[in-house]
Every structure is written in structure tokens, then in C-alpha cells.
Design a binder for this molecule. Structure first.
Ligand SMILES: C[S@@+](CC[C@H](N)C(=O)[O-])C[C@H]1O[C@@H](n2cnc3c(N)ncnc32)[C@H](O)[C@@H]1O
Length: 304
């Protein structure tokens, strides 16, 4: 399949129509992005799909609906959070169970950890992968590196939120992890043709992984991206899981490089926390302690 010759927004649009009402407000993709995702899956006809970042399960429902008539097809979905991040009373992925019980049998959902924890259970040979996770570093860059060993040659990877960093008034300026990743992958790629406001640029894209991804030159680029400031640092036990997984699947110098990045980012994080605490202490001293002290000093002077 030549990915550059397909127009995913147009492929079997009508297949998505009956589903759209049921996921309204529960899918984090805009209409044209949903059509893009549906079309790509219909073009690829994957036997084995993987999704990172489930939230309510709107994206899972779209993929499951697109593979419903493919014999033996399965979707494996991973979310870091056991609970839907917008309403903790609900479980991540609840939409599928509640609204599409007929799609459930092709679905395996893994929650409560990073992808590295579930890679053995998921196994290799993935034909299609959607990544839509944290958006800020390490985010999608690290997530892609984790699941890269599971992708077969020729697999298609879809990345969402490619231009969140251009959101109005700079509110999301640090949310550029998927964009960095998408730009670094030097395989054939396409982006959506339509732009849904308030987006100014195409916000979803697909790339066809040409050769076994762990051997690609861009792996070193992705590792270098991970030296930029991180918005969050995985917990020590998660870092151990990721590093163990990495040493199994990547060259030893690359695994060592990632280990150094983790200790650098942890150190940086600790320094930032210390700086923040110092800042709070300075603020408390100048706004509370100092004025109170001078008030007491004035009072005792007056009394004397
Ligand atoms: C933007 S939402 C996903 C939206 C969903 N794809 C859709 O189309 O409706 C991001 C989700 O990714 C999850 N997440 C964040 N970091 C993650 C990670 N490293 N691995 C797996 N899930 C992650 C969050 O818990 C959240 O549920």
C-alpha cells in the first residue's frame, strides 16, 4: 500500500456515520479527524492494531468499528490511567462496554501502567498503531520508542494532536511531543487535508514504517529529543520497566543513552522542585513574615 496515494477522509465515510452520535462528546477527535482515522484503518485492514491513550474510548470504538468485519482482527489498547481522566467515577475505555458491547470481543484493554509493562502480553506483528497520549515530552516520543519493537515492517502509525502547540493564546505551547515524533519519522507520511478550527494546521497524520523501526536512523534522533525538558518524569519503577524493555530491544549504546537521559531528567526534576520550594519560601517570607515582623517591631517600638 502506498500511503501517499490514499485519501483516508473519503474511505467508507458512511461506515462511521451510525457510530458518531454515540461517541459525541466522548471522542477527543474532531469530525474530520475521526474520518481520517476510520479511513486509514479501512485502507490498512489490520489484523493486529494497537492504541496508546484511550481516555473514554471514543478512538477505540472507531477502530473496533472499522475492523469489525476483518476475520481474526484484534485491537489492543493501553491507557496509563485506570480511570477516565475527565471523570474518575468512570473507567478508561468505558464507552466501548457501555455503548458498543457487540465490538467488545475484538478488544483487549490494558490500564494502569506505561506501554512497556504490557508489551509482552500484546506481542509483536502490529499492523496499525494509534498514539494519542500526553502530548508534552517525554509523551509520544517515549511511547513510540516503547512500542516500536512490536511494529511489523510496513505498519502504519497514526499520530493525533500534531499541532496542539499552536492552540490559541499559547495555552498549550509545550504540547509538541507528537509533532516532534511525526517530523522525525522519515518514512512516507500523509496528514489530513481539512483543518478543523481552532486548529490552524493539520492535526492528525499517518506514517508507514518502511523497515523494522528499531533499526531506523531516526531512533537516535528521538533519543536526542528526550534530552529536552520533560513536563513529567515517570516513576522510578516505571523507568526501570522502560529501561529493561529497552535493553531487550535496542542496541546497548542506545539503552545506555536512555538510562543517562532518565537520570538527567530525574535530577533536573528534583532541582526544579527544589527551586520551586525555594521560590515559595521566598514568597512567604516577603509577603507574610517580613510585613508581620515589621508590624511587631513597630508595635513594640510604640509600646516602648
Ligand atoms: C488525549 S487522551 C486520548 C483520547 C482518545 N485517543 C480519543 O480519541 O478519544 C490521552 C489519554 O492518554 C493517556 N496517557 C497519557 N500518557 C500515557 C502513556 N504514557 N501511556 C498510555 N496512556 C497515556 C491519558 O490517561 C489519557 O486517557
Amino acid at each position: 500500500m502506498n500511503i501517499r496515494n490514499i485519501v483516508p477522509e473519503q474511505i467508507e465515510r458512511e461506515r462511521l456515520l451510525p457510530l458518531r452520535e454515540k461517541i459525541a462528546g466522548l471522542s477527543e477527535m474532531k469530525s474530520e479527524e475521526q474520518f481520517f482515522l476510520n479511513g486509514i484503518v479501512r485502507a490498512v485492514k489490520p489484523k493486529k492494531s494497537l492504541e496508546l491513550g484511550v481516555a473514554a474510548g471514543g478512538g477505540s470504538a472507531i477502530i473496533l468499528n472499522a475492523i469489525r468485519d476483518i476475520d481474526g482482527a484484534t485491537l489492543h489498547s493501553v491507557d496509563y490511567s485506570e480511570r477516565w481522566y475527565k471523570d474518575h467515577r468512570k473507567r478508561s475505555g468505558f464507552v466501548v462496554g457501555e455503548r458498543f458491547p457487540d465490538l467488545y470481543e475484538k478488544w483487549n484493554l490494558y490500564t494502569g501502567g506505561v506501554a512497556a509493562r504490557f508489551c509482552n502480553d500484546i506481542g509483536g506483528g502490529v499492523d496499525f498503531c494509534l498514539i494519542d497520549t500526553a502530548h508534552a515530552l517525554p509523551g509520544e516520543v517515549l511511547d513510540f520508542l516503547m512500542v516500536c519493537p512490536l511494529l511489523r515492517e510496513g505498519a502504519v502509525v497514526v499520530l493525533h494532536d500534531l499541532c496542539l502547540h499552536t492552540w490559541p493564546r499559547n495555552r498549550l505551547r509545550n504540547e509538541y511531543a507528537s509533532s516532534l515524533l511525526f517530523n522525525a519519522l522519515d518514512d512516507p507520511k500523509i496528514t489530513i487535508r481539512a483543518v478543523d478550527p481552532p486548529m490552524l494546521f493539520p492535526n492528525i497524520g499517518a506514517v508507514r514504517i518502511e523497515k523494522h523501526a528499531t533499526e531506523a536512523d531516526y531512533i537516535d534522533d528521538l533519543l536526542r529529543f528526550l534530552t529536552f525538558p520533560w513536563k513529567y518524569v515517570p516513576l522510578p519503577e516505571e523507568a526501570d520497566e522502560i529501561l529493561r524493555h529497552f535493553s531487550k530491544h535496542y542496541r546497548s549504546d542506545q539503552a545506555e543513552f536512555l538510562r543517562r537521559i532518565f537520570s538527567f531528567q530525574r535530577e533536573n526534576d528534583a532541582t526544579r522542585l527544589k527551586r520551586r520550594l525555594n521560590g515559595i519560601e521566598r514568597f512567604v517570607r516577603s509577603t507574610l513574615v517580613k510585613p508581620l515582623r515589621s508590624l511587631f517591631e513597630r508595635k513594640s517600638r510604640d509600646a516602648g
